[in-house]
Design a protein around this ligand. Structure first.
Ligand code: IPM
Ligand code: MG
Length: 356
């Protein structure tokens, strides 16, 4: 197969991980007889430096013309003082919206080799952690009206959180469909005791529920869910939730699995052209030292192979190689444990390549 991949190298330590993920993709292409070509696109801090805009139309167009986009992470102290619409993160939000990627899939699965790195008690981890956060990605408070104004001699800021029924229905359906392919359990997470948007979510979810009688469906307030994720994570199979709750819960979910440096994500909309990125940030504190963990980015590339290109065997090959590297006791600093061998970013990339 021939595929064109848009690459966004990102900011701070991000180019280091994207470089390793591209080496892995090249190895897959070589081994399985595919041709991957790459188009470099700029987004985030890099685009601000180059164009004065975190996502110029030309760069969005490159992504839209590609078969899928691989991204590291954007942002960093250099751009922290920028106004809201000129921040690197704004480029990411515009990219997600411009590509219509409403469904963000963030797996939280414990790697047995990393069980000791989980901050949870052994007896909780042993019950199993294997769930997915299906996060709505292009609606809600991230995309509602944001304004700051003067009132009665002081500043007032407002961020609004709109959701319409069709936005809820399409992500709700992804939640049910994802559950059908797994253990058939779906939890809708919201704040229906306070928010109108949550009450609308529930009414739409109830309509959908009738179409998926096999799915065991329940609802949970987000504050309780945050607690349950650390108290009893084995109860979850698929969580479906709105944009900001999904942002927060997926960080918590990744941490209990051992390291946020291991968690990939996919974002998809109506077509197979998706955006694949680790859920972690650009780790400015360790940039340029070749110590960052490239695995989340490598696993994001594996998700691209599976979900956008239908390359199941190839995706399995990458995931198995990562598994073998962990079995061999190789660890980057973020997940280093006694008795293991500490390696840097490039050496971790080498180790994965050797096992494909
Ligand atoms: C994420 C990140 C982004 C988000 C930021 C960088 C805007 O935290 O992908 O989880 O909040 O969506
Ligand atoms: Mg986040």
């Amino acid at each position: 197969m021939q595929k064109n991949i848009a690459l966004i190298y990102g900011d701070c330590s991000s180019p280091e991980i994207v470089t390793q993920a591209v080496r892995v993709l090249d190895r897959i292409a070589e081994k399985y007889g595919h041709t991957f070509t790459y188009t470099r696109a700029y987004m985030g801090g890099e685009a601000i430096d180059k164009f004065g805009d975190p996502l110029p139309q030309s760069e969005l167009d490159k992504c839209l013309a590609s078969d899928s986009v691989l991204l590291g992470a954007v942002g960093g102290p250099k751009w922290e003082g920028m106004p809201g619409d000129k921040r690197p993160e704004k480029g990411l939000l515009r990219l997600r919206a411009g590509m219509g990627l409403y469904a963000n899939n963030r797996p939280a699965k414990i790697w047995p080799q990393l069980a000791d790195a989980s901050p949870l008690k052994k007896e909780i981890v042993e019950k199993g952690i294997d769930f997915i956060v299906v996060r709505e990605l292009i609606g809600g408070v991230y995309f509602g009206e944001h304004k700051t104004f003067e009132q009665n001699g002081e500043k007032v800021a407002v961020d609004s959180m709109p959701y319409s029924e069709h936005e809820i229905e399409r992500i709700g359906r992804i939640g049910f469909e994802t559950a059908m392919k797994r253990r058939k359990k779906l939890t809708c997470v919201d704040k229906a005791n306070v928010l109108d948007t949550s009450r609308l979510w529930r009414s739409v979810m109830h309509r959908l529920q009738a179409e998926y009688p096999e799915v065991e469906y329940n609802e949970m307030f987000v504050d309780n869910c945050a607690m349950q994720i650390c108290k009893n994570p084995s109860q979850f199979d698929v969580i479906v939730t709105e944009n900001m709750f999904g942002d927060i819960l997926s960080d918590e979910a990744s941490e209990i699995t051992g390291s946020i440096g291991m968690v990939p994500s996919s974002s998809l909309g109506a077509t197979s052209c998706g955006l694949y990125e680790p859920i972690h940030g650009s780790a400015p504190d360790i940039a340029g030292q070749d110590v960052v963990n490239p695995i989340a980015c490598i696993l994001s590339a594996a998700m691209m192979l599976r979900f956008s290109f239908g390359m199941t065997e190839e995706s399995d090959a990458v995931e198995n190689a990562v598994n073998a590297v962990l079995d061999a006791g190789l660890r980057t600093a973020d997940m280093m444990a006694p008795g293991c061998t500490k390696v840097g970013c490039t050496a971790m990339g080498d180790a994965v390549l050797e096992r494909i």
